[in-house]
Design a protein around this ligand. Structure first.
Ligand code: PZK
Length: 286
């Protein structure tokens, strides 16, 4: 890519600068589990995530402006506006899982939200909660209280971020529930544009930035199967891998089953055939 300067790497994505105002976010087919990127790719995974983000950006524009400028023909590259990113991860939880469940089990609260006693793992919360986290340079994001997050970004911006993220999450979870997918929680990245407006960035409401659970298998009281990565997790557990680098190669049936789950999530949520997306990625933007 001669006209793009590489400016950042995520575990499974790359970021390039196109010019002073525009970035290119490229989603690879790499997959991580237990925080390790595996040596085997899942074909089209990056396209599914890119298409889903574009779909949600188009449908949430009345809730918040977003950074999307366009999708490239490859289906995995998003041209976007360059923003001043907020130094917090904006997490919304509708269900008690992951670090939210761990924190609640230890303290009865998540990021300063005191919750009723006796809740079980994966329970649906009475109301979704905004649970900000710091952006760790390496390793794990750390949950912080609203007060700590407000110190980092300012009280006014914090309140606006919370309001917008809760509204985005409520919209998406209702939309997904009607299509058989529980969005248990999700992480948003927000930035400020040149006019100081709060803008939704990064990827949004994808299985990599959220917990997707199959609604027909939802059973509170323990961990839930992942809509997308369960075959990968089950295979990795069965190998006896110690969850340190490097991870195991995935056999063909695990790759194919996992690809099918990503494509199924895309088709259920968008109502668009994935082949139609491959033929013209901008179908998700209409
Ligand atoms: C931005 N990241 C995360 C890191 C990736 C992604 N619109 C934007 N303006 C300015 N900065 C960012 C964005 C977006 N989106 C996103 N870091 C900065 C990230 C590494 C690789 F693909």
């Amino acid at each position: 890519m001669p006209d793009a300067v590489h400016v950042g790497s995520g575990k499974v994505r790359e970021l390039y600068a196109l010019d002073d105002e525009r970035l290119l976010l490229v989603a690879s087919d790499r997959i991580s589990t237990f925080d390790v990127v595996l040596p085997t790719e899942v074909p089209d995974k990056g396209r599914v995530l890119t298409g889903l983000s574009g779909f949600w950006f188009t449908r949430t524009r009345s809730i918040a402006p977003n950074h999307l400028l366009g999708l490239r023909e490859d289906g995995r590259s998003t041209e976007c506006r360059r923003l001043e990113m907020l130094p917090i991860e904006c997490v919304v939880r509708g269900y008690l899982s992951g670090s939210g469940w761990r924190d609640y089990s230890a303290t009865g609260a998540v990021c300063g939200h005191e919750l009723p006693a006796g809740l079980v793992e994966s329970t649906r919360l009475p109301e979704p909660i905004f649970t900000p986290a710091t952006k760790a340079q390496s390793g794990h994001d750390e949950n912080i209280t609203g007060a700590q997050a407000a110190e980092l970004v300012g009280a006014e911006l914090y309140a606006e971020a919370e309001r917008v993220c809760l509204e985005l999450y409520r919209f998406a979870r209702e939309y997904a529930a009607a299509r058989g997918i529980v969005i248990a929680d999700t992480k948003f990245e927000l930035g400020l544009d040149g006019e100081g407006r709060l803008v939704l960035a990064d990827e949004a409401l994808t299985p990599d930035s959220s917990r997707f659970w199959p609604a027909d298998e939802y059973t509170p009281g323990g961990p839930q199967p992942s809509f997308d990565k369960q075959f990968v997790r089950d295979f990795c557990e069965a190998t006896g891998w110690d969850k340190t680098y490097p991870g195991p190669e995935l056999p063909e049936e695990v790759v194919n089953g996992t690809r099918a789950r990503y494509v199924e999530a895309f088709e259920r949520l968008t109502g668009i055939a994935f082949d139609d997306y491959l033929a013209d990625p901008e179908v998700v933007l209409r």
